[in-house]
Design a protein around this ligand. Structure first.
Ligand SMILES: C[S@@+](CC[C@H](N)C(=O)[O-])C[C@H]1O[C@@H](n2cnc3c(N)ncnc32)[C@H](O)[C@@H]1O
Length: 204
């Protein structure tokens, strides 16, 4: 399982080609409870400027815009996912509500205080420098902005054979410590689907 596990982990962290498309489609189904949880919780209106980090195939964006029109910018390190998400949401890209671009959350190209809300789902395990990524997100959030970080809990990630390598797994306490270090003034954790996942809500 070693080589297969490592290959699947690398596809989760940087989906590409046909296998990347299939895996992101499968993740959309497997993680339904997490999409539902983040959508229920996020506070958005037509005035909201939202950044989604690591959008994959752009499925979360469709759910966000169904909740409320808003301005969505997505960044992802995978060129294939930029193409896929743009194609999947072409109607909203054409209307100017969404844009998808290449980018790494450890080195964001946006000015300070650019966004009201930042979301990310199942991406933090793959960032090259977690503390830097959270600090960058805090930097681009406006005062009073919120960062929603949806993750599978460490206990559940440990059950999957392909998460042995290539995944950084954090406990609740570590998620809280990372947020405090980045200067977030309030941190709340909500369970997603009977302990399957966690939504860590960081308030600036
Ligand atoms: C497991 S997929 C999750 C996709 C999507 N968030 C979802 O849940 O449907 C992880 C995504 O994060 C992206 N990613 C990994 N590291 C990243 C980084 N440092 N900055 C931005 N995106 C990243 C990957 O390319 C991939 O598309």
């Amino acid at each position: 399982m070693g080589k297969l596990g490592d290959y699947l982990a690398s596809q989760c962290g940087n989906p590409r080609g046909v296998i990347g498309k299939i895996m992101t489609w499968a993740m959309n189904r497997a993680n339904n409870v997490m999409y539902k949880g983040i959508i229920e919780e996020i506070n958005i209106s037509p005035k909201t400027k939202l950044l989604d980090v690591g959008f994959g195939n752009g499925y979360l964006e469709k759910l966000i815009i169904r909740k409320s029109p808003c301005s969505i910018t997505g960044i992802d390190i995978s060129e294939d996912m930029v193409r896929k998400a743009t194609e999947a949401n072409r109607k909203y890209v054409a209307s100017g509500n969404m844009k998808f671009q290449l980018g790494d959350c450890c080195d964001l190209s946006f000015k300070d205080s650019s966004f009201d809300v930042v979301t990310t789902m199942n991406t933090i395990y793959f960032w090259s420098d977690t503390a830097k990524g959270i600090a960058e997100i805090s930097r681009v959030l406006k005062e009073g902005g919120i960062f929603y970080n949806a993750v599978i809990s460490k206990e559940n990630l440990d059950k999957f054979f392909y998460t042995k390598n290539g995944f950084r797994k954090f406990t609740k306490e570590e998620y809280i410590a990372l947020g405090k270090k980045a200067g977030f003034r309030g941190i709340r954790i909500k369970k997603l689907g009977n302990d399957y996942g966690l939504l860590i809500i960081y308030m600036k």
